[in-house]
Design a protein around this ligand. Structure first.
Ligand code: FPP
Length: 237
């Protein structure tokens, strides 16, 4: 590992290409998700080793409920079964797991598994992994707006006291802004991922399907981040 690399504090990954990875091999889409899950765990632990403090993973969007019932069911069961194996490994690695997204219409068994994971990893402090599950960026902004309006209606907040910090505090999770967003699979879109948090993020779009996104690809992504000149709207240096 290169000691001189600048490590971004908050990295987001749009997990994409599981289906195409499977299709290329004549496998079912479910097999692609299973392979993606293995890779996801590896990437989380490697991110911790690199010194990344926050990792947000876009694993299931609100729109993904429109997929075939069989695929949605497979993914829901995968989330539940994860609790026993994969998530335990993350927890044993000192990783705190949190979730972003709407609860409705996630099945009860998924919500229960999520609660257990959050509870059992709450005291961990090595790194935070934020799973964006049943997540949509526009919906997050809508929910945030409603929360703030309610505070004003209840007399707990004055309109003039609403600042950018108020927005950040009322999103699904209190997280730092994203420094870097990686989308695997070759598509060049944000697809409703953390719209507010990504305001000043750098972007990277490797043409690799997620199950093939190995540790060295992630490392290369961080090297690429180090080539960027972040100005946050200021002058070029
Ligand atoms: C995108 O690939 C991937 C998903 C919609 C699901 C991602 C899920 C996992 C990696 C399983 C692990 C889940 C958790 C919560 C830890 P795609 O199916 O859109 O691929 P395609 O664009 O090639 O069709």
């Amino acid at each position: 590992m290169n000691e001189n690399l600048i490590i971004p504090t908050h990295v987001g990954i749009i997990v994409d290409g599981n289906g195409r990875w499977a299709q290329m091999r004549g496998l079912s889409r479910s097999e692609g998700h299973k392979a993606g899950l293995f890779r996801l765990k590896e990437i989380c632990i490697y991110a911790k080793e690199l010194g990344i403090k926050y990792l947000s993973l876009y694993v299931f969007s609100t729109e993904n409920f429109k997929r075939e019932k069989k695929e949605v069911q497979y993914l829901m069961n995968l989330f539940v079964n994860l609790y026993n194996d994969e998530f335990q490994e993350l927890i044993n690695n000192g990783i705190k797991v949190i979730f972003s997204g709407r609860k409705n219409p996630l099945p009860r068994k998924v919500l229960d598994a999520m609660d257990k994971i959050v509870e059992n990893s709450a005291d961990n402090s090595e790194m935070v992994v934020n799973f964006c599950l049943n997540y949509g960026g526009q919906t997050e902004l809508l929910d945030m707006t409603k929360k703030i309006v309610q505070q004003v209606v209840d007399g707990k907040k004055k309109i003039d006291d609403i600042t950018l910090d108020t927005i950040q505090e009322n999103l699904y999770q209190k997280l730092p802004m994203l420094d870097y967003v990686i989308r695997t699979g070759g598509e060049l879109r944000l697809s409703n991922f953390m719209l507010y948090q990504a305001s000043y993020a750098e972007f990277y779009f490797p043409k690799i399907y997620f199950p093939d996104f190995k540790k060295n690809d992630f490392y290369y992504a961080i090297v690429e981040f180090n080539k960027r000149n972040r100005r946050f709207g200021g002058n070029a240096s």
